[in-house]
Design a protein around this ligand. Structure first.
Ligand code: ATP
Ligand code: MG
Length: 581
């Protein structure tokens, strides 16, 4: 099935990427200077924060709105680009006074509040390394991450500091400075620190290849890794936002991811500011009515969200969005997990816009494969490589070399030709693990995919999650998508369990939509449905009903946990596990 975006969708200006083939074919990554222009104040230097705020001010665009920060208890806060440039300069000056030097690792543990955006840019202006923590983490995951990065400073609130940091403070000997947004005991008051500072600063003379950000992976497959990213990654952030999200300066852009995850920083903070558009952010958690309300009231034009959120909106019913005016919304995109075809089609039918899936990882720093606005969508496919990205389907040979799968639709590991600007430069303190990701100048992603004859990539599963049954390789995504087509199914997670004959057989864990009873009749009905859709070799042998699936806090199904529990094995690192209800 193919979804064409109709031409009457383009009452908007034409997409940034019109002719994919031509642009992709001849693409050479521009340098930072070619992408953003010269820096008169610091020739040869490059700093993400300058490009995100000060360049717009220098161009006379300081009055434009950079951020609309929503909260339920207080009115929305609006920050202009000028204000963001000034406050982040103040914060950079304050950090200098507090003894933070370039290269120091500065963490944030904050909700999605204006101070987070100011702190992020201020840290980068100081030449320090920004490392955002997800605010719902408890003391242990916070300690683990700050320890391996040898955090020198932390920006948080008194409440988080008291509950989450104090219990582990003795284990953080490198931590010298704590700044508390809203003030309180145990740290320097953020507002006070800013108050006496000049509104300009000498932005650190960082180079494009200097370390800027450390991002921890989601921990879906094991202990989270600290992926390191450089200032020059901004070239990829800007261009991928322009091509894959079609962002333009006039857009009002809402990325629902928390900046504790890479999506929330690369596209929740950096990319939209580089483009010069308005960011919408919401301090509150998911709520279907609130979200539709935000889209309507803020007149959001481009919305970047995740499959779990889409599935929750689907669960909330098809009538609800009809009560809101979503006509401003011209592009909906999704990332983080496979987006089931059903969800893409639901978007088209119910929200009146199909959902454009795209693929990337913490390690890649930016979007790598995408369903572009100018291209027909194939529901269930992640799309095609962004211009500048050479992707391949590969096999690892016993010798350690990689070979390329040329046959359409044959499965293999997704590999990317190394060298795009936002590629990670290492895993913090895990040199060996980093080196193992690269073979012959290809980065091996650990995800299994297939590519169809037209060059669209289809996600099969993480290499660790793929099920080997009676000689077949079964991707959990395919089985989960088939189960989701059944009207009773809200969520599905599929694993392989050992079987003496077939090696492994498929077991599905299924959470039901409200109004359905988990009984034998339904189980049989689901098994029959799956067999009809997938054939007996691929369909689940067993189905277990559950209330909900274990997920990371960024919303990814933790299949390894389903498996460990099923087999009675240790659960491994659960620091990113969403508290199960
Ligand atoms: P960890 O590496 O710690 O196990 P993680 O891989 O989930 O965690 P992230 O870097 O946040 O950490 O997520 C990247 C992964 O998410 C990809 O490798 C892929 O498995 C999955 N993913 C992201 N986008 C998509 C997508 N559009 N379709 C399918 N899978 C996706
Ligand atoms: Mg990963």
């Amino acid at each position: 099935m193919v979804i064409e975006r109709k031409t009457d969708d383009t009452e908007w200006s034409p997409p940034n990427l019109v002719d994919y083939e031509t642009v992709h074919h001849g693409f050479v990554w521009p340098t930072p200077e070619e992408t953003f222009g010269r820096r008169a104040d610091a020739p040869g230097c490059f700093n993400i924060a300058y490009e995100a705020a000060d360049r717009h001010v220098a161009a006379g665009e300081g009055d434009r709105i950079a951020l609309r920060s929503l909260a339920s208890e207080s009115p929305a806060t609006t920050l202009t680009y000028a204000r963001l440039a000034e406050d982040s300069a103040r914060f950079a000056n304050a950090l200098a006074d507090l003894g933070v030097v370039p290269g120091d690792r500065v963490f944030t543990l904050l909700g999605r509040m204006p101070a987070l955006y100011i702190a992020a840019l201020g840290i980068l202006k100081r030449g320090a390394v920004f490392s955002p923590l997800f605010s719902a983490f408890g003391p242990e995951p916070i300690k683990a991450r700050m320890q391996i990065a040898e955090a020198k400073a932390l920006v948080t609130t008194a409440r988080f500091f008291e509950r989450k940091v104090k219990p582990v403070l003795a284990d953080l000997p490198s931590l010298r400075t704590v700044v508390l947004v809203g003030g309180g005991d145990g740290g320097v008051d953020f507002d006070v620190a800013l108050a006496g500072q000049p509104t300009t600063c000498r932005i650190a003379p960082t180079r494009a290849d200097d370390l800027a950000i450390i991002h921890f992976t989601s921990g879906t497959t094991g202990r989270p890794k600290g992926a390191m990213h450089v200032h020059g990654a901004a070239v990829a952030h800007k261009l991928t936002a322009a091509y894959a999200l079609d962002l333009k300066p006039d857009d009002i852009f809402w990325c629902t991811a928390d900046p504790g995850w890479v999506t929330g920083t690369s596209y929740g903070i950096i990319a939209p500011l580089l483009i010069g558009c308005t960011i919408v952010s919401d301090e509150e958690e998911f709520d279907a009515q609130r979200w539709y309300g935000n889209l309507e009231r803020e007149r959001v034009t481009v919305w970047y969200t995740a499959p779990t959120a889409v599935r929750m909106l689907m669960k909330a019913g098809d009538d609800l969005p009809q009560r809101y005016d979503l006509s401003r919304l011209r592009l909906i995109a999704s990332v983080g997990e496979p987006l089931n075809p059903q969800a893409v089609i639901w978007g088209r039918d119910v929200l009146k816009r199909p959902i454009h899936d795209n693929w990337w990882q913490t390690e890649t720093g930016g979007i790598m494969i995408s369903n572009f606005l100018s291209m027909p969508i194939r529901p269930g496919s992640m799309g095609r490589p962004v211009p500048g990205i050479e992707a391949a389907v590969t096999k690892r040979e016993a010798s350690g070399a990689v070979s390329f799968v040329e046959m359409p639709d044959e499965q293999g590991e997704l590999a990317l030709k190394a060298g795009w600007p936002s590629m990670f430069i290492g895993y913090l303190n895990e040199e060996e693990r980093y080196r193992k990701c690269f073979v012959d100048s290809w980065y091996l992603t650990g995800d299994l995919v297939r590519r169809d004859a037209d060059g669209y990539y289809w996600f099969v599963g993480r290499a660790d999650d793929v099920i080997k049954s009676a000689g077949h390789l079964i991707g959990p995504f395919e089985v989960e998508s088939a189960l989701l087509e059944h009207p009773a199914v809200a969520e599905a997670g599929v694993i392989g369990i050992p079987d003496p004959v077939a090696m492994e057989v498929v077991k599905a864990f299924v959470a039901l939509r409200s109004g359905h009873t988990p009984d034998e009749t339904l189980r049989k009905d689901l098994l029959a449905h799956a067999r009809k859709r997938l054939g007996p070799a691929v369909a689940p042998r067993y189905i277990e009903f559950c209330h909900s699936l274990p997920k990371t806090r960024s919303g990814k199904v933790m299949r390894r946990l389903l498996k460990a529990r099923e087999l009675g094995l240790p659960e491994g690192d659960t620091s990113t596990l969403e508290v199960e209800k």
